[in-house]
Write a protein that binds this ligand. Structure first.
Ligand code: HEM
Length: 524
């Protein structure tokens, strides 16, 4: 008689496991209509797979960037599948504009955002970006009236004020030459202080030392709290709650940052409600122009579509997060490219000069913003090469015939519950829509309508903050170019192309963007 020793138990278990995984793999391949594509140990869309860096056995989150020119051409397809051998959800990835339009359409309800993929975006509960169907319409109807031309005029004005504060506080006013080791440090501060002012009416000076409310009751400066909450969003998905009680500083900081932010959001709602109810024509606070004020006003005026306090907190946090890191990273990329391509920088500068000459003024007025087509196109082109929302996740709500590319009849039948991901990096590097996709060519965007600014997504669910981001960025770049010439900093013997390869590399965090870019500014 055979005796079952521990090694033979283990071998039997291993065989059962392998057979189980083979069956799961085959079922997943069927589910994804046997589309060819990436086969990996973990799925990049699982928290575990996302946290491990990209390597040949684990695509990780950054495969969209690192393998952008390899994976789709390898299969000669614009829509591929990813099936993990070990763990994670199998998914379809597409870089086809036709598929993207179908997946992102709201009408028809074929696709929705599921709770698993939006978990990272709702540390304080559901909000506009995480809901679907009639819930989404309700949130959007309250949020839309907060984004008006008056809001953008306010953004323009505050962006100019912040730039002036930056010049003073960083000691740049009297300098002929300035080295900025990491542009993102400046653009993140700019975008964060701007969203605080224009979205919440919360004014933090550029120089934190001058902030009368620098330390909150919870003991952490507000700006630091937002930065920690944003950086820890993905790790928080895998760190169990009890670990925050351990005497480990980084974990304690994450906890404090969350408490700080949540109490700020609750106070904001309470104090603004009071202001609204007391609002008199001669009351200056009642005249606030910020997004939150308009949002609350729309909400208080609605009886049936009303957002609850929890939903207001969720949306306020969303605006704060979606509204600063995305813009900061894209601005950094735009500044890096402008420094690299001096001829394009000069064209943008000449455009600003023309606007000034035509208006006979020494500063650019908000009304002249539509004339700054070249400046705006530099930002849009940087956003194409480094789209802050690198992937848009959806799930099929029913059996769907998904168009796989632009050829009529090219489609796959997907069953209900299939994950489908619009690969925004792939889409925006697809030579079908963007010839010579690696080239920084802002002129691609001349004359393109706003609804086709695809890095902000397409259709009615496209980014609500699109114009907000464009307004602040065009103002910031214009102010910078008016004062400074931007230069890259080359290593000895390095060519400009080599600099681009070394510095302009994609890095995926909560949002996607270029890693730290250093630049040198010389006075014009
Ligand atoms: C360069 C800057 C930005 C980029 C590239 C960007 C990109 C995007 C994209 C691609 C989406 C669609 C996501 C999806 O459906 O899965 C989106 C949605 C959204 N964005 Fe932005 N965004 C930017 C700036 C902003 C700003 C400044 C704000 C707020 C002030 C903002 C607020 C939102 C909100 C609330 C949504 C959800 C819209 C909805 O589902 O109806 N974004 N953004």
């Amino acid at each position: 008689m055979t005796s079952w020793t521990p090694p033979s138990y283990l071998a039997a278990l291993f065989i059962v496991f392998v057979v189980h995984r083979i069956l799961v793999f085959r079922r997943n391949a069927r589910k994804l209509a046997h589309l060819p594509g990436l086969r990996s140990l973990f799925s990049p869309a699982s928290p575990f797979g996302a946290l491990i860096p990209t390597s040949f056995w684990n695509p990780g989150l950054n495969w969209l960037w690192l393998w952008r020119n390899q994976v789709y051409p390898k299969y000669n397809l614009d829509t591929i599948s990813n099936i993990p051998y070990l763990a994670g959800i199998p998914a379809i990835y597409t870089r086809s504009m036709e598929s993207a339009r179908q997946i992102l359409a709201v009408k028809g309800g074929q696709f929705f955002k599921n709770d698993d993929t939006t978990l990272v975006l709702r540390p304080y509960g559901h909000n506009l970006v995480t809901v679907n169907g009639s819930e989404w319409s309700r949130h959007r109807r309250i949020m839309n009236p907060a984004f008006t031309p008056e809001t953008y005029a306010f953004v323009w004005e505050e962006a100019a004020n912040l730039y002036a504060e930056l010049m003073k506080a960083e000691g740049w006013v009297d300098q002929e030459e300035v080295f900025v080791p990491v542009v993102e440090e400046i653009t993140t501060k700019f975008a964060l202080l701007l969203i605080s002012r224009c979205a919440f009416g919360h004014s933090i000076p550029w120089n934190a030392e001058e902030d009368p409310n620098k330390s909150t009751e919870a003991g952490m400066p507000f700006a630091e709290a937002i930065s920690i909450v944003s950086r820890s969003a993905i790790p928080r998905l895998v760190i169990p709650g009890w670990m925050y009680m351990l005497p480990i500083k980084s974990l304690r900081d994450i906890q404090t940052a969350h408490t700080t932010l949540e109490s700020f959001l609750r106070d904001l709602i309470r104090s603004r409600r009071e202001e609204l109810s007391l609002s008199q024509p001669d009351n200056t606070k009642g005249d606030r122009k910020d997004v939150f004020r308009l949002l609350l006003q729309a909400n208080e005026g609605e009886e049936t579509l009303h957002l609850s306090d929890e939903e207001l907190i969720g949306n306020t946090h969303l605006l704060m997060n979606a509204g600063h890191e995305t813009t900061a990273k894209t601005l950094q990329a735009a500044i890096g490219f402008l420094a690299l391509y001096e001829d394009i920088q000069e064209e943008a500068y000449q455009e600003i000069q023309e606007v000034l000459r035509a208006s006979d003024s020494d500063d650019i007025a908000f009304k002249d913003y539509p004339k700054l087509v070249k400046v705006q196109s530099c930002f849009l082109e940087a956003s194409r090469l480094f789209p802050a929302a690198s992937a848009m996740y959806r799930e099929t709500a029913s059996t769907v015939a998904l168009k796989t590319d632009d050829t009529p009849g090219h489609e796959v039948i997907l069953e209900v519950g299939t994950w489908v991901i619009v690969d925004s990096v792939g889409l925006h590097h697809n030579p079908k829509y963007f010839p010579d996709p690696e080239e920084f060519r802002p002129s691609r965007w001349y004359g393109v309508g706003e609804s086709d600014y695809s890095t902000f997504s397409l259709g009615p669910r496209a980014c609500i903050g699109r114009r907000f981001a464009l307004t602040e960025s065009v103002r910031f770049i214009s102010s910078l170019l008016l004062d400074w010439r931007l230069h890259i900093i080359l290593n000895e013997g390095e060519s400009r192309e080599e600099w681009r390869k070394r510095v302009m590399r994609g890095a995926q965090g909560l949002t996607f963007g270029v890693g730290g870019v250093p630049v040198r500014l010389t006075r014009r």
